[in-house]
Design a protein around this ligand. Structure first.
Ligand code: FAD
Ligand code: SF4
Length: 671
């Protein structure tokens, strides 16, 4: 089924067991005192799951290049004991592992960070110090020393991080390299650093050591390299001794999303395909590849020799094994939300995964077989309930899962309707398949009540009944113009051209997105017009265009709008709304709703005092928070069996699918 993907790849004298590379991800465990043991367990699980080649998170070749002051580096033999358990664990399962050498340059969050020129990055507040000639030569030697140490620790090679706007990339691009010496000016001078690094690393490690060079194929910043320059650099890196070239897309400061959910799958693979005819060594493609069918298709189309996936291995360590054994429908797919991986890293927490809370916690959260088999009722088939039911069943318990709705998924069925969030369909598919596989009895379209409790013969009950929208205490809140987000997303009630949304949290922002793209005449009209050639394709597209709605979103708090959205994706959501001319106001005081519309006291221009305003709108949509759906626990407590409450049913503050899934898994692991 996945012949190409599973074919071994010969690189010099080294055989990789398949074409799957687990891309580098900083997990935060690199800096953990217990990190060696935890990372060994983390990578061992992925090697056991069949990954051909793993790349670790970044380790700096010297102090200045660390991600932050206490960031991880590999600079001396004393540190080898940290790494040996990791390489041994991977080799035990026939895997191969590379250490990524990452010098962060001006992206380093520390005083004393360095760069080719003293230009502060827009995503950092530390001004870098300009490296002098001697320091550049020392940095090259540091890369070589780091690679040699990696070899001594048992790594099969290194990845030299040359993209994403880090030090090497900063030398290559004019925007960040204003030097006039032999390391700046002409392109030849600007690429001297990466070429010298690869040459020195090869010299230090000999011929049977893999060197992957991560080449920035698209910088996505002003004055970035042209394609011709990328080809030239690729060829020179090949000559310098690299074994493989991995594709890098976009600097961290680029304002174009490159890996978020709204980026189509394999959106950037074309650039690897375009580069491939110019190079002899194997090429690895990357970015938003999360599915074995897509990966196989890219290899069949000759876009690359190998496919890199990073986050998909947080979501499912057995991705390759499941593809190999013809069970791809059992893969827990990475939905590109960034919520528990990158967002965690950017807020100094250990990386994990929204759909797989065990990721990065392999030594803590274990799903051991149950010592005594019990019978459970799980009430509510949202993410919390589905996860609890699945983990309990995997551990050998008997489980019945109830939901008043006829379908599994709870609020995820609303999330999938939001533009750019359709990957949640994969999560729903995963649970459907796995709940069936592990024999969970489904009682859908069935509201759980006291009679189920009394007559079901359950030993324990888990309540995961989720949330409902919180109402608004405001004059006119029962006016016919007022809708809840459920009216819009679930019941699809008609919404006019002028809309006010109260609440700029995740759901308010999602409703705004939905309304900017939702056509009042149905999404499929243009396809139909085109298919039957009633209209020319171009005209058909116009017919299917959404109403150009005038949307205004309000937030009561004076915090910056988007503060509570994902750290790494919030900006892209807001950027998209602004491109649809959606207006966003914070510090709003809601006064009343009447036939005319919404009365609010708000400041429309920055710095102006708030004033009473009337927004003449057709609908006012309330997305101002949630409350538990129903307090069943107080009704059921005292009935002689343990009752557990998880997800939104327990607490709505800070609730999202990540919290719901994690709570479901943690509880089910304990029972
Ligand atoms: P729910 O998902 O609310 O599920 C509870 C289930 O219990 C429901 O199916 C309900 O029918 C059932 N139920 C209630 N009472 C009974 C009863 N007595 N008997 C039987 N069944 C009962 N989160 C993210 O992390 N990332 C996102 O990108 C994201 N996007 C979202 C977009 C939208 C539009 C919405 C609405 C939510 C989004 N969320 C997102 C939030 C996330 O979906 C919720 O936080 C999560 O679903 C809560 O999970 P839960 O299992 O606690 O409850
Ligand atoms: Fe993928 Fe989201 Fe998990 Fe990150 S948290 S690995 S993006 S599913």
């Amino acid at each position: 089924m996945f012949e190409k993907l599973l074919t071994p790849l010969q690189v010099g004298n080294i055989t990789l067991r398949n074409r799957v590379l687990m891309g580098s991800m900083h997990t935060g465990l690199e800096e953990d005192p217990e990190g060696s043991r935890k990372l060994a367990a983390f990578y061992e699980a992925r090697a056991k799951g069949g990954v051909g080649l793993i790349v670790t998170g970044g380790f700096s070749p010297n102090t200045a290049g660390r991600v932050f002051e206490e960031g991880a580096d590999l600079v001396s033999e004393d540190q080898l004991d940290f790494h040996r358990p990791i390489t041994e664990a991977v080799h035990r399962h026939g895997g191969r592992i590379l250490l990524q050498i990452l010098h962060t340059g001006r992206y380093s969050y520390q005083e004393g960070c360095v760069a080719p020129s003293p230009i502060t990055a827009p995503i950092n507040f530390y001004r870098p110090k300009e490296l002098d000639h001697e320091e550049i030569l020392q940095t090259i030697n540091d890369y070589a020393r780091c690679a040699k140490l990696a070899q001594m620790a048992g790594y099969d090679g290194v990845e030299v991080m040359g993209s994403e706007g880090y030090l090497i990339n900063e030398f290559i691009v004019k925007k960040t390299n204003h030097r006039t010496d032999e390391w700046g000016g002409s392109y030849e001078n600007r690429i001297r650093l990466p070429i010298s690094i690869v040459e020195k690393v090869r010299e230090a490690t000999g011929s049977d050591f893999l060197i992957v060079y991560r080449l920035s194929c698209l910088d996505l910043v002003e004055e970035g390299s042209s394609f011709e320059e990328v080809v030239e650099l690729g060829q020179r890196i090949e000559e310098a001794g690299a074994s493989l070239i991995n594709t890098g897309i976009g600097w961290h400061e680029a304002r174009i999303p490159t890996i978020a959910m709204m980026v189509p799958r394999a959106a950037f693979a074309w650039v690897t395909g375009k580069l491939k005819p110019h190079l002899k060594i194997p090429l690895i493609t990357s970015n938003r590849i999360n599915d074995p069918y897509v990966a196989e298709g890219l290899l069949r189309d000759g876009m690359a020799d190998m496919v890199s996936m990073a986050r998909p291995f947080l979501a499912d360590e057995d991705f390759v094994l499941k593809a190999e054994e013809g069970r791809p429908e059992e893969i827990n797919t990475c939905i590109a939300c960034n919520q528990a991986c990158l967002d965690h890293i950017f807020s100094m927490q250990t990386a994990s995964c929204l759909v797989n809370p065990r990721a990065g916690r392999e030594t803590e959260l274990e799903f051991e077989p149950a010592s005594t088999q019990k019978t459970f009722a799980v009430v509510g088939a949202g993410p919390a309930g589905m996860t609890a039911a699945l983990v309990l069943a995997q551990r050998g318990h008997r489980v019945t899962l109830f939901d008043s709705k006829k379908e599994l998924g709870g609020q995820l069925n609303l999330a999938v309707k939001i533009p750019g969030k359709s990957e949640f369909h994969e999560t729903l598919r995963y649970y459907r398949v796995m709940l069936a596989k592990h024999g969970v009895t489904l009682r859908l379209g069935k509201t759980f009540d006291s009679s189920n409790l009394e007559n079901g013969g359950f030993d324990e009950v888990i309540l995961a009944t989720g949330v409902k929208p919180r109402g608004l205490n405001l004059e006119g809140s029962k006016h016919p113009k007022v809708l809840s987000y459920l009216d819009v997303l679930e019941h699809e009630k008609p919404v006019g051209e002028k809309v006010a949304i109260i609440g700029a949290g995740g759901i308010g922002i999602d409703v705004a997105h939905y309304l900017t793209t939702k056509s009042s005449i149905g999404d499929d009209v243009s396809g139909y017009m085109n298919q039957y050639q009633i209209l020319e394709p171009r005209e058909a597209l116009e017919v299917g265009q959404p109403l150009k709605r005038k949307i205004t979103v309000f937030q009561r708090s004076s915090d910056k709008i988007g503060k509570r959205l994902g750290k790494t994706t919030g900006w892209a959501h807001l950027q998209s709304l602004r491109s649809h001319e959606v207006k966003l106001y914070n510090g709003a005081e809601y006064l009343k709703i009447d036939d005319k519309g919404l009365h609010v006291k708000v400041s429309l221009e920055k710095g102006e005092a708030p004033q009473d305003q009337l927004f003449e709108v057709d609908q006012i949509i309330i997305a101002a928070g949630q409350e538990p759906f129903e307090d069943l626990s107080s009704r059921f407590n005292g009935k002689g069996m343990p009752i557990h409450v998880i997800g939104g049913a327990r607490e709505t503050r800070g609730l999202d699918a990540k919290v719901a899934i994690r709570e479901g898994a943690e509880l089910a692991a304990r029972l």
